[in-house]
Design a protein around this ligand. Sequence first.
Ligand code: BTN
Length: 265
Amino acid sequence: MKVDSLSAASVSGLLSTAWAGRPVVFEKEVDSTNLMVRRLADQGMPHGTLALAELQMAGRGRRGREWFSPEGSGIWMSLLLRPALAAEKISMLTIITAMAVYDGLAPLVSDLSIKWPNDLLIGQKKVCGILTEMVPSESSLPLVVVGIGINVNTEDFPEDLAEIATSLRAAAGKSFDRSRIIADIMQAFEARYAQLTACGDLRDMREAYEDRLVCKKRRINMISPAGVTSGTAEGIDDLGHLLVRMADGSLQSVMSGEISVRNSN
Ligand code: BTN
């Protein structure tokens, strides 16, 4: 059920940022807002442009998965960024995005946490996913697309997601104005981005990130093409890599991948 009305004006009217979400480009229906950003970049749209859609016909998740993006209840948006960051530092943008989404959602629900590197959970269930993509570009600065999907007022999930996904509405028992949430996240993103670019890494938000991390000091499985290994998550380093204590006592720095939190030791 659609409970609010989303448009470029509904978001822009609430923004108090200098550049994040300026401008907002809204489409009622797109394939994917990450693809929309690529097209906007080809048209010369600036750093900070926000692509926003009411419905995605081909919403994409990590590892080629489909992203459930129904009309009228979620936030499906992507930021166009041209960061002055070296390629090996681009993954830090996922970390600051997770922080910004957390900043925006924390006043609305309890039991919110970050699952490294790109998910936000309420309790054990996923409420937000982030898909960061670096696109080959002729410009001197790389084109980076940060896609954010948030289940806001979603009431029903398909059977395969019902056990693992949730929405703000399901958690809080009431509906939310998506434009307000988007504006708050843009505000938080701009502040987190400034923190990152001031020193070039995550040292200034590492502690806060670790406090929000669902798996800190917990046993996790790390899933990679090479197989599954397990260890205890200790936190992140200044580059946003997950630090994992292995059974032999060594500390491993994990750059990317998927983790699952183990229920027991
Ligand atoms: C994941 O958890 O697998 C990442 C999901 C990212 C979904 C968002 S919705 C907006 C943007 N457009 C897409 O096609 N994907 C991202």
